[in-house]
Design a protein around this ligand. Structure first.
Ligand SMILES: Cc1ncc(COP(=O)(O)O)c(C=O)c1O
Length: 394
């Protein structure tokens, strides 16, 4: 007997795994400069601090942290996560918080709760690859919303809602992955209004919100929602440590929250209690503001070095100038192929992600995403010079 493609569940067949994961394999080559990926810098991770908090948590809570826990989450963490999110102008109490294994799981259980095969789901064009993969796994019908330098174009989104009657709209409002663009204040209000006018749940995925290097923070979409249509998804991956897998969804609609809890029950019973306790202690001890200040200072300088590096790129290249987050998005002059550039760049020892992977319908071959958090400034300078050189020779 041979194990054939047909043996896999139908919903897994169109999924080839994340293109970024494939690119990661190339990164193992010695000397490779990586502008791919979206990890926090290793210098942002604090093993000593985390180990101290873990020890203290185990001393304080004892065996209860090592036992099974509630799917709804570890109450001290729900309280501190709610307080943290309220500081970001999310309207929530501890009772609205579902601790999840990163933002990834928050979106997964939301899809699980809402989406039948064939249901329309709106997302930005381009959008986060992980979200595209998750939506495909639920056999959602992906509908791309056009965007510009202020994020989703609201009139176009409304027309698509009228045409496709989606249950769900997925939006990354702040320092978007992959573009680095931030949704404007007016559009935040307008999207919240569309959600309640048409009865569409908005998944507001906001894991980069506090990585701001310039400009003023904007209110969340959720803060304009009075009826519980917006699910706000946060994550401590980019702020504290992705390996802890701690995220939190704020869900004001109790019925939807209940369905998400039931969906999480069968996925993993509950998020690891120790990890929730570690992040809880991190927040309660007031470690977050100083930490964010330090890492934002570093990332701001890395971003600046990357932006300056575009002088090595061919004339006609355009790029975003994000006020935060981990990514810069670029479009090479029309007709240039970032996939071809990718092959040549990897040969030369620099990696990035071709932008086509972030479009549900492919195309946009001249675009690319560059990450600046994982390389120090001399490496960014060297990498941008190499990459610009390779692209100029295409
Ligand atoms: C927009 C966006 N959402 C969600 C995630 C998932 O992160 P995590 O599950 O670690 O919170 C990422 C990670 O890169 C992301 O860029």
């Amino acid at each position: 007997m041979q194990f054939t493609e047909e043996m896999f569940a139908r919903h897994m067949r169109p999924i080839n795994g994340s293109a970024i994961r494939e690119i990661f394999k190339l990164l193992a080559r010695p000397g490779m400069i990586s502008f791919a990926g979206g990890n926090p810098s290793n210098t942002a991770l604090e093993p000593q601090v985390i180990s101290g908090l873990a020890r203290e948590a185990l001393e304080q809570y004892g065996t209860s942290l090592l036992q099974y826990g509630a799917t709804d989450g570890f109450m001290p963490f729900r309280e501190s996560a709610a307080a943290f999110l309220r500081d970001s102008l999310v309207n929530c109490e501890a009772a609205d918080i579902l601790p999840t294994q990163g933002g990834t799981q928050a979106f997964d259980v939301l899809l699980k709760a809402l989406v039948n095969p064939g249901d329309a789901v709106l997302c930005e064009s381009p959008t986060f690859l992980g979200a595209i993969q998750a939506m495909r796994e639920y056999n959602a019908r992906l509908i791309s919303m056009p965007t510009d330098e202020q994020g989703v174009i609201v009139e176009a989104a409304e027309a698509l809602i009228k045409q496709h009657h989606p249950k769900l709209m997925y939006v990354i409002p702040t320092f978007q992955n992959p573009t680095g663009i931030t949704l404007s204040l007016e559009r935040r209000k307008a999207l919240a209004a569309l959600a309640s006018k048409y009865g569409v749940v908005i998944a507001e995925d906001d894991p980069y919100r506090d990585l701001r290097y310039s400009g003023e923070a904007l209110p969340t979409i959720q803060s304009f929602d009075e009826e519980g249509w917006v699910v706000y998804m946060s994550s401590f991956s980019k702020y504290v440590a992705p390996g802890l897998r701690v995220g939190a969804a704020a869900v004001k609609n109790p019925l939807l929250l209940r369905k998400m809890v039931i969906g999480k029950q069968s996925a993993d019973t509950h998020s690891p209690l120790l990890n929730q306790a570690i992040v809880d202690a991190y927040l309660r001890k007031g470690l977050m503001p100083g930490h964010l200040q330090r890492i934002c200072g570093d990332y701001a300088r890395q971003l600046q070095a990357m932006l300056e590096g575009f002088r090595h790129f061919p004339e006609g290249t355009v790029h975003t100038v994000p006020q935060g987050g981990l990514f810069v998005w670029a479009a090479l002059p029309e007709g240039m192929d970032a996939m071809k550039a990718f092959e040549a760049a990897v040969e030369a020892g620099v990696a990035f992600v071709p932008g086509t992977h972030f479009y549900t319908e492919g195309g946009h071959m001249n675009t690319l995403r560059l990450n600046f958090s994982m390389s120090d400034i001399p490496t960014i300078e060297k990498g941008m010079e190499k990459l610009g050189g390779v692209i100029s020779k295409l």
